[in-house]
Ligand binder design. Sequence first.
Ligand SMILES: [Zn+2]
Length: 177
Amino acid sequence: MDSQYGVEIDRRGPTRLYPFLRFFRGFERNPAVQELFGRATLRVLRGLKVEFFSARFGYMGTSDVDGHLIISNHYLRDGKFRDLYLDIVHELCHVNQFRRHRPLFYPKLSYVDAPSEIEAYRFTVREGRRIGMTDRELIEYLRVEWISPVEHRRLARHVGLRGKSSRSRARRRRLKR
Ligand SMILES: [Zn+2]
């Protein structure tokens, strides 16, 4: 508790966490997820927690403090199912990196060059192929609003995707108002 100017501020803002499996079902039987966690799959997913946030921007991420998922409830509601599915697979890859005590963030590197992201995107692209996505669709999936066209091409190269993407705007734009 801090106090100044005649007011007090309690700095311990609470975080509400929910069980992952309450909102995301069947992932414990998913081959990609099983490949990540092996025999620990059910145990990991049972222990995994999700925090929802209501700001009208952002998608999802993984906490580098305790490895829980952080998800925009706007994206959860309005995002395309396949994007959500692949993003969850991507984030579970980060959850696994966290479990292995590997860094999730590399502040000195661009997002598209961070080893944690390259590994997660490679894994996600493999899963995208397994569910029948074409290279073109995968290249589109990689195009997110927070990276430049040059970074997008670099990310595609890092994950072994070549070819042109269409000129349409990034698939994940700022969410609806
Ligand atoms: Zn990531």
